[in-house]
Design a protein around this ligand. Sequence first.
Ligand SMILES: [Zn+2]
Length: 123
Amino acid sequence: MKWTASSVAELGDLWGEGLSASEIAERMGLTKGAIIGKADRLNLPRRPSPIRKRTSNVVPLNPHLPATELPHEPTGCRWIEGDVLAGPWRYCQAHQKAKSSYCNHHHQRCYRRVSEVEHEVAQ
Ligand SMILES: [Zn+2]
């Protein structure tokens, strides 16, 4: 993985939005280790402890679903919201786009990212 100016900027944006390293890794198609290593070299502020976040934040990530209806088995979109390693996390579960594991929104998000990266690599 060669970091480009735009991928570094994207990392900074996602990091600034408060996404976990594993979420950023998934969205950028990189390993969690690569994200953490780069964030460290960029001196980005450290993430708050996910353990503290879990005790203080019990609000469901998808406001359309009540917390009591949050099975971890995917029944719709398989986009993972949250931090799989540090928890809490869940699948998006919105209606899947035809022939996709994701809902319309996440399908576009996922596949646009990949094509952007390929574009950068080709340059
Ligand atoms: Zn989704």
